[in-house]
Design a protein around this ligand. Sequence first.
Ligand SMILES: [Zn+2]
Length: 166
Amino acid sequence: MKPEAATENVALSWRIKERPGFTTVEFFGEIDENADFAELRRRLKASVVFNLAEVRRINSCGVREWVNFVRDLPGVTELTFTHCSPAIVTQLNMIYNFRGGAKVRSFLAPYVCENCNTEEDKLLDVHTHFPTRDTKKMPEFTCEKCGEQMEFDDLPERYLSFLAEP
Ligand SMILES: [Zn+2]
């Protein structure tokens, strides 16, 4: 491995916030073989929301750690994923038990403005934007820099295939 590649790795961390009636956990960095969810698993109870916007990368060992984590949360009665990053969406689409028993509430989708090359991940809400889970119609966004219409920068049937699961 090149040394500069090593310094790019950001170890996984998280921040827990207690809210009235539920707990949110914001994850940051990369999920790999060093991810240790044991302490977090013990702390989580009842209704839990995972904010996954800042999960940048997941390697195959990380996928295994994550799947083992989410399928064994004995204290959790309700689990929700929000702000799923493109890296998380990729795994949701490939690994059928990546979500465990979680419901996906919202996710980030890559958009690009072909006029000025602005790229931006837009937050899409499953209930608001895909009430019937119909993936043929992507929400439209206007470029904040030049005012042109932005394009979804992936294949909807691929990027949104996880929506087919309940
Ligand atoms: Zn633009």
